[in-house]
Design a protein around this ligand. Sequence first.
Ligand code: C2E
Ligand code: MG
Ligand code: MG
Ligand code: MG
Length: 286
Amino acid sequence: AAKNAGKNRLAVFDPGLRDTRLEHARLSTGLRHAVAQRELTLNYQPVVGLTGGEITAVEALLRWTPTGGKPVRPDIFIPIAEETGLIVPIGLWVLEQACADARRWHERHGISVTVNVSGRQLRDESFSDAALAILRRHDLPEQALVLEITESMLLATTPAETRRIIDVLTELREQGVRIALDDFGTGYSSLSYLRTLPVDILKIDRSFTSALTEADSRTRAFTKAIVELATSLSLHTVVEGVETSEQAALLQQMGCPLAQGYLFSPPVPAPRVDELLDTAPWRNAA
Ligand code: C2E
Ligand code: MG
Ligand code: MG
Ligand code: MG
């Protein structure tokens, strides 16, 4: 009852909210020094061919462990980095590190690296030059890089900013960098973004995958329709969050070429990627 009453009072008196704000302030202060203090690392998760079990790419996923503290989840610190603008320098660090690691993998195995980027980074017109310069510095061809964007990153932008983001993406794409639309199917207007955004790859959100084996067949029908739509638009599809061989088999039957998930590998540190590349293809692929 006390809790309910609290809801009707001014938010500033809610002790829970105050804790949240303190935590937020503490984390944003910590993040400011994360690059310089070498507290950031990247893990990589393989993208796997569902038929052959081969690795075609790895997705770079950022990890932050504050000095003397416990790891903070990306779902917590990425939004703070976006709000504070710290995602701009942090994102450049991610791109630099991912390209440094990917060079050897690309040279030996021809695989590409996919990097998540925020709207805040793409609103900056200098982003494309910076990204291309990083590729050149690491002797990587543009085709070795995939940038992952989400439709939600466009929700908070003005029409002028959206225009700028599309221009930056178009420019990069003309140079050979590929663009993936991440978490597809979770936003409010997935289909309209698919029409307006320059995109090469569709990543179907893992909420579809986890519902695939439910008795209700609607998720299966939706997933199949998305895969067919993507195929007819000449887009590649990757399904996220594949955890069981049953899911992998269903997705392969639907014609989905690529998958990511714990069935194959969780995100792992760079040295482990070399081992995975030596042992793939997976025999437990569908
Ligand atoms: P995402 O790009 O959609 O990444 C996929 C997330 O699903 C990752 O969470 C990954 O660890 C997790 N995952 C992979 N396979 C499975 C599975 O089989 N089952 C389940 N339950 N989960 C799986 P993570 O690493 O915690 O990252 C969360 C989100 O943080 C990412 O979602 C991405 O949006 C964001 N993020 C991560 N690194 C960066 C970065 O460098 N820059 C930006 N802007 N965002 C990033
Ligand atoms: Mg992603
Ligand atoms: Mg995703
Ligand atoms: Mg996600």
